[in-house]
Structures are given as C-alpha cells and as structure tokens.
Design a binder for this molecule. Structure first.
Ligand code: CAA
Length: 289
C-alpha cells in the first residue's frame, strides 16, 4: 500500500445521489475516513443521509454492524450545501450526473478551495478524465474512480488515469480503493472505459430487442438472467441504473467513437423523454409501485 494513503483522513463526496451516498458510506465504514457530503439540494442531502442510515439500521438488525459502530460511522459524516463551504479534504470523489460542463465547473471550483495535495477523483461512467482534469488547477491530481452500483455491495472499482494524472495520484488512488475493500481494474481513458463499453451496448441491444418485438420484457430478462447466470436481466438492470444514465452513456459512446453500432435505441430515448427513468422515478421499462 502506498504510504501516502495513510495521510488521507478526510474525503469529500460531491453529489449525494445513490452513487455518492454509497461511496461515502464505504469510505466512512470500511476505510474509516471522515466524510463530508456536498449537495446544493437540501432535499437530496436529507434523502441520501436517511438512506445511508437505513442501510446501517438494516445491518445492525442483521448483526453485521453493532449499534456503537453505527454511531461511530454517523459521527464521521457531515454535510454542506456548497463547495465553498468545504472545510478542507485530502481526497474528493465527484459523483454528480453525467454532464461534462457541470463536472468541469465543479473541478474548477474544487481547485479554488482545496489544499494542493488533495486528489480529485471523478466517478464518471463514460466521460473523458483528461477533459475533466483540464478544468482543474492541478490536473496531475485528477483521476477517474468509477464505482459500481450499489457501491456497498459491488466489489469492483475501475481506475482511469487521464493523460495528465501523476504516478503518485494513481498509486494513492489504487491504495485507497483497496482500503475501501474494493478490487480494482485499470482502464485507458476511452469512452465508457471497460465496464460501460461492454455493458451499455448489451443493455441498448436488449431495448432494441424489446422495440422490435423479438420478445416480451420478461422473456428478454429471464433469458439473460437464467440463461447466462446474471443477477438481473438487462432491462431490469437498465431500470436499476437509470434509463437517463444509460442514455447519457450511449450518447457519449456514439458521439465519441462515431460508430453507428452505438446509436441509442429509439425506445430508450422515448422512455427518458416521458420521464420514465426506472426505479428512481417509479416507472421505467417496468413499474415500481
Ligand atoms: N445500496 C446498498 N445496498 C444494497 C442496495 C443499494 N442500493 N440494493 C441492495 N443492496 C444490498 C441489500 O441490502 C442486501 O444486503 P444484505 O445481504 O447485506 O442484506 C444485498 O444488497 C442483496 O440485496 P437483496 O437481497 O435485496 O436483492 P438481490 O439479492 O436481488 O441483490 C443486487 C440486489 C445486489 C442489486 C443484485 O441484483 C445485483 O447484483 N444486480 C446487478 C447489479 C449490477 O450489475 N451493478 C452494476 C451496474 S453498472 C454500474 O454501476 C456502472 C455504471 O456506470 C452504470
């Protein structure tokens, strides 16, 4: 383990959605870091922190965590509503929506408030790390750290150095991922990295199969679930990830790689246009009453 990972005491997580909350929980619980969430929406912060506590309460009930540990973990967690209010951090993970302009703005703002040694990681699932890093004052401190959903359960983190990322940033990030109990895979800074380069065309093809009436949604899912031993079929997984996220990633693959095989399914676009985003909106390809 790199020695500098021991100097990381406090992590900031920008964005208190399902990914950000999962990352912060694992950092506080497994790596025992102080964690500060940053989200401009008080409602989102409240929802996220209450979900985090729900997960801990469930683990206490199942005997996976003691009441004292739950109290300790919660004591390590704070929140603020703006980047300007961050009270220092050694490591930041940005986990906002897949919007390059928003991410670049956040990295520029983070550069203004954080100490020089701080590493700035992005949890982007497909956007160029090199492009995000170029908005930061110290691009050598910027790296991709792509967690999988649900973060507390999934063992993998993709690590993606950008063109400017220093070896020290890479070593510390690999060591931190390990300290958080994760296994790492390294990817080049290419659209979708490894996971989404393979997963999203599979999900998109499942939506095309549905659109073409090849089979019902249930039959598409059961085929891939029982026929290839996946925990979920591709359409249910799309709802779980969020159809808007799937669409955003397909758009990045399509525009950056320029191959028509990555064209988003018309039906995927339609569902997103209708506001049918999956589990989070109560309706997607399936309904979630
Ligand atoms: N957050 C935290 N924990 C969660 C959770 C969440 N959102 N959802 C489920 N879990 C936990 C449950 O609490 C439960 O934990 P315990 O066993 O400790 O009680 C455990 O996961 C199993 O949950 P369930 O029994 O409710 O349900 P399940 O056995 O059907 O598992 C699942 C649920 C883990 C989500 C499983 O269906 C699965 O692995 N699905 C595939 C997930 C996947 O492929 N993720 C990657 C998506 S791609 C991605 O993330 C990259 C990207 O950029 C889009």
């Amino acid at each position: 383990m790199s020695s500098s990972v021991n100097n990381i005491k406090k992590m900031c997580v920008v964005g208190a959605g399902q990914m950000g909350i999962g990352i912060g929980l694992v950092a506080a619980r497994i790596a025992k870091l102080d964690v500060q969430f940053v989200d401009s929406s008080p409602a989102q912060l409240e929802k996220g922190l209450s979900f985090l506590d729900k997960l801990l309460v469930k683990d206490v009930a199942k005997g996976k965590c003691t009441e004292d540990e739950r109290t300790d973990i919660k004591a390590r967690i704070t929140s603020v509503s703006a980047i300007s209010q961050i009270t220092s951090a050694d490591f930041v993970v940005e986990a906002v929506s897949e919007n390059i302009e928003l991410k670049r703005k956040i990295f520029a703002e983070l550069s203004e408030v954080l100490p020089e040694h701080a590493i700035l990681a992005t949890n982007t699932s497909s956007i160029s790390i090199t492009k995000i890093a170029s908005a930061a004052k110290r691009p050598e401190n910027v790296i991709g750290m792509h967690f999988m959903n649900p973060v507390p359960v999934m063992k993998l983190v993709e690590i993606i150095p950008g063109l400017q990322t220093s070896q020290a940033t890479l070593d510390t990030t690999l060591a931190l991922a390990q300290k958080m109990g994760k296994t790492t895979a390294m990817s080049q800074d290419v659209p979708g990295f490894i996971a989404n380069r393979l997963l999203m065309p599979y999900i998109n093809e499942a939506v095309i199969a549905l659109q073409e009436g090849i089979a019902t949604k249930e039959d598409i899912d059961i085929t891939m679930k029982l026929g290839t031993n996946n925990p979920m079929g591709p359409l249910m997984l799309a709802d779980f990830i969020g159809l808007d996220t799937c669409l955003a990633i397909m758009k990045v693959l399509h525009s950056e790689l320029g191959d028509s095989k990555y064209r988003p399914a018309v039906l995927l676009q339609k569902y997103v246009d209708a506001g049918w985003l999956g589990v989070k909106s109560g309706k997607g390809i399936y309904e979630y009453p």
